[in-house]
Design a protein around this ligand. Structure first.
Ligand code: ZN
Length: 101
């Protein structure tokens, strides 16, 4: 094995390591994004569970719509379009039309 060949091999290896390093960085970035997304969803879920009343706690009629109004006030969609997700864009006409039925 001549020296020239070894140099080429090392250079190739360096190049591959460089590429792997870039790939690793991108994966790390993706993981951070996923962790942040997961955290956001966990918080959303916690808020949602806190807003939804315990089943059977309000047996009388009319409680359902009151609960939905409360959930809406807590910042969640109650419309069938985005039910259960956080209202990030302010008032929702679908939700409001549902409440005002
Ligand atoms: Zn809505």
């Amino acid at each position: 094995m001549d020296k020239q060949s070894l140099f080429v091999q090392v250079a190739n290896l360096e190049e591959r390591i460089g590429e792997l390093y870039v790939e690793l960085g991108a994966l790390r970035h993706k993981i951070v994004e996923l962790i942040e997304e997961n955290q956001r969803l966990l918080q959303e879920n916690e808020r949602y569970k806190a807003a939804v009343p315990v089943e059977g706690a309000s047996p009388h009629d009319g409680a359902g719509i009151d609960n939905l109004k409360r959930i809406y006030q807590e910042g969640f969609h109650i419309c069938n379009v985005k039910y259960g997700s956080l209202r990030t864009e302010g008032e929702c006409l679908f939700c409001l039309s549902f409440i005002n039925k």
